[in-house]
Ligand binder design. Structure first.
Ligand SMILES: C[S@@+](CC[C@H](N)C(=O)[O-])C[C@H]1O[C@@H](n2cnc3c(N)ncnc32)[C@H](O)[C@@H]1O
Length: 342
């Protein structure tokens, strides 16, 4: 629907006729996607899968959360964040956000949605036990650094290093200067046998999507660990099909730290093999869209995960189906792994 009217590089967006716009609306109506709150139609620079062949294509700037516009409008798709309690995934910077909701605001909102709080998530207790007994800890995909902040607050005196590719998130992490913060993806980890423990919390592991990225990341993490060092992480079990609840009917309202009242929702674009692509939309309470972030997450099952870990030189020490160290069963929603460098 986004490319219902396509313009070539030489075309003038202002020359789009009323008849053409009417045709777009009619197509939306026929597709059952028209909503009364879809009230603006405007041009957007071409980018993304739907607009590759043109430099300019009009899109529907729907303000409705069940509307048509976000899913393929790559130009506006930027990042995503994960809530420990809400769905969502990883930041994948794509493009700009038209300045409507900045990366810094998004990172701050992430902390509102996903505080590293033992009362909110059993993952916190699980990780705290491991981190506090490890001398040197590398947190891969550390985001805003809340896990390492928490460990320092609890009195961890050893070396704490956070690694993340998202500058907005890392800038928040850097508010604390008694921890090392490094910009980069997991595969960039360039330490050689310096850590007792590596972690990837809040399903950051699922951001490793391609086989190549998984292999490179696991190799780099393993190299960063001392002999016998451990790598602890969780990943959503594919059998729970978590993505099925990531739809606009589960939109939720939230207020950021400044009191800005927001509405958020998710929408799955595709499920291809074990990779789920979805968008996260941040909007005003009247559904005016502020930013749309697209994410790919990989849902490895137990055998596939074991294969990648073994090939990378890890032995699985323990694997759980929940953060209370219960076994993996056919109803488990998580796969929690502690792997040891061999
Ligand atoms: C869901 S957030 C989790 C943040 C943090 N671990 C937490 O528990 O709050 C996922 C993080 O993974 C990061 N990420 C995405 N791709 C990554 C990669 N290839 N290597 C390392 N981190 C990555 C994102 O930037 C994001 O900060």
């Amino acid at each position: 629907m986004l490319d219902a009217i396509r313009l070539g590089p030489e075309d003038d967006a202002t020359a789009v006729t009323a008849a053409q716009l009417r045709e777009v609306v009619q197509r939306l109506v026929r597709a059952g996607q028209w909503r009364s709150s879809v009230h603006r139609i405007g041009p957007a620079p071409a980018a993304g899968p739907s607009c590759q062949s043109t430099r300019l294509c009009p899109v529907l700037t729907s303000t409705h959360r069940r509307g048509v516009w976000p899913a393929r409008a790559g130009r506006y798709i930027h990042r995503s964040s994960v809530d420990r309690h809400n769905p969502v995934g990883c930041r994948r910077p794509f493009v700009d956000t038209a300045g409507m909701f900045s990366d810094a605001e998004a990172a701050a909102l992430y902390d509102v949605m996903s505080p590293w709080d033992p009362a909110r998530s059993p993952e916190v207790g699980f990780c705290t036990e491991l981190v506090m007994t490890a001398g040197a800890v590398l947190d891969v995909g550390c985001g805003t650094g809340s896990m390492l902040h928490y460990a320092r607050d609890l009195g961890h005196t050893g070396r704490l290093v956070g690694l993340d590719p998202d500058q907005g998130m890392l800038d928040r992490a850097k508010r604390r200067t008694d921890i090392e913060w490094v910009s980069g993806v997991a595969a960039d980890a360039a330490w050689d046998r310096e850590f007792d423990l590596a972690t990837m919390t809040s399903n950051a592991f699922q951001c490793l999507v391609t086989d190549d990225e998984l292999r490179a990341s696991l190799t780099a993490i393993r190299t960063s660990l001392r002999e016998g060092g451990r790598f602890a992480f969780g990943t959503r079990h594919p059998q729970a099909r978590a993505w099925e609840s990531w739809n606009p009917s589960n939109a939720f309202d939230i207020e950021d730290a400044t009191g800005h009242k927001l509405r958020m929702w998710h929408e799955v674009d595709s499920v291809v093999g074990d990779v789920v692509t979805f968008t996260e939309t941040t909007a005003e309470r009247d559904d005016t869209v502020l930013r749309v972030d697209r994410t790919n997450l990989r849902f490895l099952d137990v055998p596939a995960l074991a294969k990648f870990l073994t090939e990378a030189g890890f032995a699985i020490e323990n694997q759980y189906g929940d953060w209370h160290r219960g076994p993996i069963t056919e109803t488990s929603r998580e796969i929690i792994t502690i792997a040891r460098r061999i």
